[in-house]
Structures are given as C-alpha cells and as structure tokens.
Ligand binder design. Sequence first.
Ligand SMILES: [Zn+2]
Length: 620
Amino acid sequence: MRQCRHFRQAPLEQGFRALIRYRVRLADLARHWFEIECRVEDAADEQRFSLPAWIPGSYLLRDFARHVVRAEAKTVGEAHRREALAVVKTGAAEWCVRGAGGTLDFTITVYALDQSVRGAYLDGQRGYFNGPCVFVLPEGRDAEPIEVTLEPPPHSACQDWQVATALSSAEVDERGFGTYRANDYDELLDHPVEISDFESVEFEAAGVPHRLVVAGRFESDLDRVATDLALICTTQIEFFGRPAPFDRYWFLGLAVGEGYGGLEHRASTSLIFGRDDLPKAGEATPSRDYQRFLALASHEYFHTWHVKRTKPAAFMPYRLDRRNHTRLLWVFEGITTYYQELMLLRSGVVGLSAFLQRTGELLTRVYRMPGRFKQSLDESSFDAWDVLYRPEPHHANSSISYYTKGAMVALALDLKLRLDTAGRASLDDVVRELWRRYGARGVGVPEDGFEQLAAEIGGLDLAQFFTSAVRGTEDPPLKDLLAQFGVGLELRAAAGADDRGGTPRAGNGELLTLGVAVREREHGLELTSVLDGGAAERAGLNPGDVLVAIDRLRVTGRNLARRLARFESGERVTASVFRGDELLEVGIVLKAAPLDTCYLAVRDQADPMALERRRAWLGG
Ligand SMILES: [Zn+2]
C-alpha cells in the first residue's frame, strides 16, 4: 500500500485572484473547536455573513449555525492596530458586522463532534469538515473566486496528520496543508476535507487519477479494494462516456464499529462504513459485508453524474436557507440505487447470483412497507425534508422510501422499455440522454423532464406507467415483467426478525407474525413500528412498547420466530410488554405472516426469447 503524499492537481488558472480568503485552524482538539477566519476585501459598511441551513444531497434542515460558539470581527492591519468590530446576530444563521468597510476578518468558532458524512468533527484522533458547517458566505459574494488556507495543527500529537480533499491546491506542503482555491462558494462547499493519520491508495480509472483514503481503525487489503473500485469506476465512466467530467476523484472513507452512509460531491465522496465491511487480506469472492461497501461506493460514484451534474432545475441554484422541494428525488436516488447494483455486476466485481440476491433484498424492503399504498413516489420525493429524513414510527404505514421504491420502479421501467421496444431502448439510454441533454450542458431537469424523455427515447406512451407507479401507489407488475426475462420473482413469509429476503427459505411450516418491526434492547424487543392491520395493532400495542415475554417466556430477536412457531394462526397468546416503567399483559391473536419477503431466481427453462432478453439485460 502506498502512503499518501499530496495528490497533484491542475495548476492555477491564469489571473486567479481571490478577494475572499478563509483560514481554517484546528484551534482546540479537546473542546472540538475549529476556528474559521473569513477575510473579505471590499466589504460593505454593514457586511452580512450567513451559514447554510443544509448540505446538498442530504435533504434536512440541519441549522449548522447552532454549532457556532463564537463570532467576532476585526479590522485588518498591523497586529497592534487591529480593532474589534461590532457583530450583531440578525437571523438564525446570519450575522451583521457594522462599521467595517474595506477589508475585515470575520471569525467563527465551530463546535465539531458530528462523525457523520454531513457534519464536522474534531478531536485528538481526527479532523473532518463539510464546507456548509464552517464557511460563512459574505452576502452577495457567492460568485467570486475563493482561497482557503488549511493550517497544520500545532499539536505535536498530530505530526502524522495529512490532508485529503478534492479541492484544487494552489500551494501546499507534502502533507497537504497550505492554500487551496475554489472558483465560487458553491464549489467551496462541495469538497469535504479529511485531516488525520489516514491510510490511502491511488488508482486510475479511464485515465483519471483516483484515491481512496480510509481513516479510523481497520485491517484490510486496500490494494484489493482499489482494484475493485477501479473496475467499478471505469465501468461508470464508460457508461456515461469519456472523458469523465472531473480530472481527479477522491473516496474519503471512515471505518467505524457500526455505521453506513455516504454523501456525494462533484469530485469526491464521503463514506462511513463498518470496519468489517472492508475485505480481509486474501478474501476471494466478496463477502456480503464487502458487497455492501462496494455498493455504497458504486452508489455515490454514480451520483457524480446523476444528481451532482444532472440535477433537478429546482436545485439550480441550491437555496441553502430553506427546503428545496422537487418531485424528482426518486429519479436521482431510486435510479442510482438500481444502478449501484447493475454497475457491480457489469464491472464483474459481483456475479449474477449476488446481484439477484441483493436486488431481492432491496425489493423486500419495499414489500414490507404498507405505506407504499398511501404515499406515491413523487410525494415521497417532495416531502423528503419532513418525512424520509425525519422518521417516525408511523411512517412504515404512511410513507415509502424513494430510494427503495424508486429502485423498484427503475427496474420495472428498464424492463418495460427493453420489452416494448424489442430491445432497441433501455433505461441506460434514458439516463445517458438525461446526462447529455441536461447534466453535461449545465441545464436543470424540469419536473416533467424525466418522464418526457423516457417516452421520447422509447417512442412509447408511458403515461399510464408513470400515473400508476410514480404518481399513484400501485406496485409495478414486476413478476410479469421479470418472467419475460427468464427471472422468477417469488414472495414468501419472513422467517424471523433478521430475515432480509433475497433467498428462498430454509425449512417449512406456517410462519406467524405479530405485525411489528422491532429493535433488540437489553431487556427485550422495542416495537419500532406497529404495522397497519397486524395482530399487535389489533391488540392495542404502541410503538415504543418493549416486548419481554410471550406466555411468560422471555423473547429475543433470535427466538421470537421460534416461539411463535409453537402456535397456530388464530391462537391467542399473552404478551408481556413494558410501556414506560409499567408492565402490561396483553392478549394477542396471532396471524399468518404476510408474503412480504422477496427473492429472485433465474429460470433457465424459460423460452429462448426470454433468455436472450436476460442476456442483453444482465449478460447471463
Ligand atoms: Zn444517493
């Protein structure tokens, strides 16, 4: 494994001169304080500054300004001549510096202890930040070029810390500390920065230099990971067409005990994952955990085109002080979720059976949400800010994820296009044309743009499909569609709380259910959702109740299905649950488990046309 030295970037453009310059200091590791100075030339007499309320790609108002612990301003001059200027808070995320004019420094101190890919973090082990958490915008100056200086930490314990970021470097030392630049504020915000003693490895994909950085504790073979990522990245660049719309790309990873998530950016992504998701040295075929890691990387990389460049017109520009509603999030997250899997298959890092198993698991997550009959995909997109990103126990009954249902509809649309055009068109053509027509030209996708384009590319009338699958709440006819591609879709009952679907069930016998989703707690099973029409709902159980016993025998996540298997459908049992500190005994009439668990299987005895279609779709 090669150790990271600074990753060379394109040289500075001629004539680059910034009137806005930031300095980022790792001011106090123990207090988790970043100090960010913003020096502005040509400041107004009453100069306002603001901090974003959200970070693009993560559709929730996070109000980053609540982590600002201090804000101060000074005139600029000789050290002993510098004068403090009055700073007045004029809004939730807005400050006004009075009596400035000319050049001034506005400095905020930011408390940073959010380890997620959306936040900022600083302690004795690691520094990390996203621009929206730390960079204030001087009002009206968002189109100007910017310089940022990252100061090396003064602490001796941080001697081995280095910088990883896709920001363009201007003048940096071999550890990456020094001056970077951005052409405007939007670009500045779109490059997260990792500062720690990370490990890293370089690779090339379609001639573009890539780097994988992993912070946190882990043991793995990063060269192996780089080899797999190179295949996935090359496949995606070839898919959208050379040249790639970026000249370097960074995967900024953090390995933790438990965690999973990513956030896309124009030339990088931040990933968080379990340290055991990385492959063991010498591991031959990717484990289920490693597949999960590769799928996350594949997902975020696909976004480099599909949502970072091809994006809803409603995001052009992003308005960072409020919710930006669009009905198209399913197009960007659902289609990306479908393609994250296809790209693993097409690049050869997973085989057909793993693809089918993972897709079966994905569909299972949709079939288990009764809320898909209440909320449509375009409503789910529109309401992301207040529903998907602010989960409540009742949402399983009233809403659907535009990721999973979006991927299901993407799959159905792909198959429909292939079938109804006799293989002349597919979703590939629609996604690529969306890129050429909108993303590559910097034009936003109008709210009806995707549907129109799909109909145009296919030469089909798709109104009924979109009315039912996107604006309506019907399941797309996947079983019939897949059968025409020599793939069977089967639904069965769940065999227990840890049954994720994707495979046939081992064993037989009737399966019963309480009609709940649960989370294992130290003293029992917490009901995270009580599903509509289920046995628990009829018995009056609440989300938040903690189930401890059935018929006075203790239940756990592992033994619940076994305990229920001792009974027959329609039998009455007594559930012991804690509601707060009160122990309740509740009679429950057990019901047969619904067929909500999905798996896909190839049907090699299917007719030759179907097998030919499957080969064109999945290559096998
Ligand atoms: Zn995504």
